[in-house]
Design a protein around this ligand. Structure first.
Ligand code: IPE
Ligand code: IPE
Ligand code: MG
Length: 298
């Protein structure tokens, strides 16, 4: 827990439900139903990993072009799932949000359930779980532009910061990591603004088969990435929790380095400190790997 570099905001593009069903000769709707287990696993793991923002892409503005039967089963499955889960999430301290345009095409029962879940959980602070439903990256940018125009904001005052304040849920941080399953390598119009500097992983697994170990693998990969944000020096993402320091008993052994290496005391202490911190980090990483191996838990 807490061993991965700080991914504050992780988003999953949950893709591959249809192919999962197809491979089994099942109707596509059963692929969407099977997706629930993956969602359960990701939410549980994100809580364990203390990820403060988790976004799940559930239905895009383009997904309305699917056959009516598939759309209506998706909406129905979404409604039932949300109804089943909302109190469990509430007890776990999850703040639920939906991201996307409300639309009369979304069944009234689901719209009400979304609203209920948001209201019920609005004061929770363990993790914000955002479900992107009827979401389109371009559409939310256009809506932000419209609002600025309606408010007659002078052009010179339209800065990136001001613009971002007009996106839905403006307190949501940029996405750090996008995980898209099923081997597809595209954004499909997901959160275009907030993904400007996101890292990506593309696990080959179809979404209904996605589990805690895949999620942790993605976090591990993210932890190894160097994010430069247009700069030149690689910055290693900071850890979410304060870095534990090497035990003081080890640090106390440092002065002897100055004798062994014939270095001035100050330099030896700093060098030793770096060495020990490196060793200590390596040991913690090794332990986290053992902890996350399913067999190690048995
Ligand atoms: C993702 O799975 C779910 C939604 C887009 C709603 P798909 O239904 O896109 O699955 P594939 O890509 O057809 O396998
Ligand atoms: C993206 O998946 C949308 C969601 C996962 C909800 P799609 O399956 O709709 O994306 P494309 O059509 O393959 O780009
Ligand atoms: Mg798909």
């Amino acid at each position: 827990m807490g061993t991965h570099a700080a991914a504050r905001h992780v988003a999953c593009i949950m893709d591959g439900n249809g192919r999962w069903a197809q491979q089994r000769g099942l109707p596509r709707a059963l692929g969407h139903k099977a997706a629930e287990k993956a969602i359960d696993a990701v939410i549980k793991t994100a809580l364990e990993e203390e990820i403060p923002w988790l976004t799940l892409f559930a239905f895009s503005t383009e997904n309305w072009s699917r056959p009516e039967e598939e759309v209506s089963s998706l909406m129905d499955i979404g409604y039932q799932y949300l109804r089943n889960k909302v109190h469990e999430w509430h007890r776990a301290g999850i703040r639920f949000r939906s991201l996307g345009e409300t639309s009369p095409r979304i069944p009234e029962s689901l719209r009400q359930e979304l609203q209920y879940a948001e209201q019920l959980t609005q004061d929770n602070d363990k993790m914000t779980l955002t479900v992107a439903l009827n979401h389109g990256g371009r559409s939310e940018i256009v809506r932000a532009a419209r609002t600025l125009i309606e408010k007659q904001v002078p052009p010179e005052e339209v800065t990136e910061e001001r613009f971002a304040q007009h996106l839905p849920s403006p307190d949501t941080p940029d996405v750090d990591l996008v995980i898209r399953t099923s081997g597809e390598h595209r954004l499909s119009n997901f959160a275009l603004w907030r993904c400007a500097y996101a890292e990506f992983t593309f696990p080959e697994v179809l979404w209904p088969d996605f589990r805690a170990e895949h999620f942790r693998q993605a976090l591990d990969v993210y932890a190894q990435r160097q994010r430069r944000f247009g700069g030149v020096t690689g910055s290693i993402p900071r850890s979410r929790s304060p870095q534990p320091q090497p035990p003081t008993s080890l640090v106390a052994a440092l002065p002897s380095l100055s004798n062994v290496l014939s270095l001035p005391g100050g330099i030896a202490t700093r060098l030793g400190g770096h060495l020990l911190t490196g060793l200590y980090d390596t040991a913690r990483y090794a332990k986290s790997q053992l902890d996350t191996r399913p067999t190690a838990r048995l």
